[in-house]
Design a protein. Structure first.
Length: 128
């Protein structure tokens, strides 16, 4: 991706870690994040329609079957078809970019949505 302000080429790995600012110039790049999220959502919808993905009836985190189940891109939007099927309530609790870049596994996500995890520490860094 090329920054629209400084014209620097930004490494794709950067977008998996921080979606806010261009490293060289600090220009906001939120638009790039939204484009990636939108493309991943469309790929999941197409895969469901083609029968490549099947939306289950229950949430993979809280096991509730009474709510609408959505695809949660837990490992970033580049791997669009690698999703957890979770209810909208759990998806809301896992909102924000830090839960979309593969930093936590499903067991840690269960602790977050159940309220057991106050914060999660990975490699010495708190992510919540």
């Amino acid at each position: 991706m090329i920054c629209s302000k400084c014209k620097q080429d930004i490494a794709p790995a950067y977008f998996n870690r921080d979606y806010h600012l261009c490293p060289p110039c600090g220009h906001p790049i939120w638009h790039a994040y939204e484009l990636r999220r939108s493309a991943a959502t469309h790929l999941v919808q197409a895969a469901i329609k083609a029968g490549e993905l099947v939306r289950p009836d229950t949430c993979e985190l809280c096991y509730n079957g009474d709510k609408q189940i959505v695809a949660h891109h837990w490992n970033g939007y580049d791997d669009a078809l690698s999703v957890w099927w979770i209810c909208k309530s759990c998806n809301h609790k896992l909102g924000g970019r830090r839960y979309h870049i593969g930093l936590i596994d499903k067991e840690q996500a269960k602790d977050v949505v159940s309220g057991k995890a106050v914060h999660i520490v990975l490699n010495g860094d708190r992510i919540k």
